[in-house]
Write a protein that binds this ligand. Structure first.
Ligand code: PLP
Length: 462
């Protein structure tokens, strides 16, 4: 399998090269040159597999340059860190199915991809005798999942900047109690935007970037999308075996469009998804785009589902490539226009196709709280605010003829304040998180100053 960029200047990459490149050198995103379709017979054979076996079968169709036995070991190691033997168990509540993606080490769905990506990086770096220094800014979720993905790994150091005192206490503890010597937590005296701007600046210094082999773990890496394709298959097989249904609807709480894009790929591969339902919070650029072709940026609102507080969804360009009939020059033109005018324009046919590919609406904080409250009343099941957004929007848009699967992207205890607002109490933390406060801390406070941060990285890079 070869990989090419959505912007056409990078072509013919191996899977390994695509993973190591991350963002394509021409500024685009990398995609496989074809999406392998699975026959009903293939699907039948995959339907009986355990999660790690299934993950190996799906990923191996794309990672064709990694020896099978190595890939199998990587996949098995990645999912051994999940506390549920089913990895992403499916539970039925009320009249829908919830796919729990939060049984990894940081209680959020990003673990499904980042546990795999960390192992993959370590393996590929070891093979080519290279090293990598990962740098990122986080407002919460991604930082801790990235740290848990690479803690203790060979040839990789990770530097995560978070705004001091401005991430939730549990998220801060999750990051700062990791004491492996390749992990560096920087509490920046500033806002998340300050931290993010500094990281962007540092990546823009190409000499510095090269000298320290800087890498990123953001959701533009193809390997992350790929790891997420697996659970759409897994959910489908279980619903099909339980109900005999011929199709499912799937609702996805969406921010950067990575998770739902994985669903789009799974559907192209043959998972019989009737409708992909894209749920946004009040940051609704993607809902506007699907419903009326209006893809124009607005200010970011802070909501109770902060991991979806995103305006420009970095993975949307991958879908755009298909929407523009795989014509890279059209993608370049569209993205140039977007940069200039802050909006994308679509033809009537493209708007129609958007509406065929996705259904969408948004749920504001009130609706989300109301959903947590009413769902708890009906079922005793506690939703986190991201998952609740997906359920609110899923119920609005579902086709009653098909079972609805809602992706649960975080454990409710991770967003206890929002849950408390809805139902009056804080959900219990799972056992491994009790007592985090009394553990040793690994964090350095640093001012929001690019040079100081670069000096720190130079002094501690691998
Ligand atoms: C990242 C995240 C999302 C959004 O996923 P995307 O792939 O960015 O669309 C939703 N919920 C939670 C809890 C997340 O951490």
């Amino acid at each position: 399998m070869k990989y090419c960029s959505t912007r056409g200047k990078v072509q013919g990459l191996s899977f390994t090269d695509a993973v190591m490149m991350g963002l394509a050198d021409d500024g685009g995103l990398l995609l496989p040159e074809e999406i392998p379709g699975l026959s009903p017979n293939d699907l039948q054979q995959l339907s009986k597999l355990s999660y790690p076996e299934l993950a190996f079968q799906i990923i191996s169709r794309y990672a064709t340059d990694i020896p099978e036995s190595d890939l199998k070991a990587l996949v098995n190691r990645s999912y051994a860190s999940f506390e549920d033997p089913q990895i992403t168990p499916l539970v039925k509540q009320d009249d829908l199915y919830i796919l729990e993606l939060f049984h990894g080490p940081t209680l959020a769905f990003k673990d499904v991809a980042l546990q795999f990506l960390g192992n993959l990086f370590e393996y590929l770096l070891g093979k080519s005798n290279q090293r990598m220094n990962i740098i990122g800014a986080t407002s919460g979720d991604t930082g801790s999942a990235a740290i848990y993905g690479v803690r203790g790994k060979e040839n990789i150091n990770i530097f995560i900047l978070h705004p001091k005192g401005r991430v939730s206490p549990i998220q801060e503890l999750q990051m700062t109690t990791v004491t492996d010597k390749n992990v560096f937590n920087l509490a920046v005296e500033g806002t998340f935007d300050d931290a993010q701007a500094i990281v962007k600046d540092i990546f823009g210094d190409l000499k510095f970037k090269e000298r320290h082999a800087l890498g990123a773990v953001n959701s533009i890496n193809w390997a992350r999308v790929l790891a997420q394709v697996v659970y759409y298959f897994y959910a489908w097989f279980q619903v099909n075996q339980e109900t005999g249904a011929q199709q499912i609807d799937v609702s996805v709480p969406t921010g950067n469009f990575g998770d739902i894009f994985a669903g789009y790929i799974a559907k192209q591969m043959g998972v019989p998804i009737n409708q992909l339902i894209l749920a946004t919070n009040s940051n609704n650029i993607l809902s506007r785009c699907i419903n009326s072709g209006d893809y124009s940026i607005a200010d970011v609102h802070h909501s109770l589902s902060p991991s979806m507080d995103i305006q420009v969804a970095s993975n949307f360009e991958r879908y755009l490539y298909y929407l523009l009939d795989c014509k890279a020059e059209k993608v370049v033109q569209a993205m140039d226009n977007f940069k200039k005018n802050g909006r994308l324009e679509f033809t009537a046919t493209q708007k129609q196709r958007l509406r065929n590919d996705f259904l969408s609406s948004s749920s504001d904080d009130n609706k989300t709280l109301e959903t947590i409250r009413s769902f708890y009343k009906k079922t005793d099941y506690i939703l986190d605010p991201h998952t609740a957004t997906g359920i609110a929007v899923g119920e609005q848009n579902r086709n009653p003829a098909h079972p609805l699967v809602c992706l649960a992207t975080a454990h409710p205890a991770k967003f206890g304040d929002a849950v408390q607002k809805a139902i009056g109490f804080n959900p219990d933390l799972p056992a491994p998180f009790v007592g985090l406060t009394s553990r040793a801390k690994n964090v350095v406070t640093i001012s929001a100053d690019k040079e100081q941060i670069k000096n720190f990285i130079s002094a501690n890079a691998t």
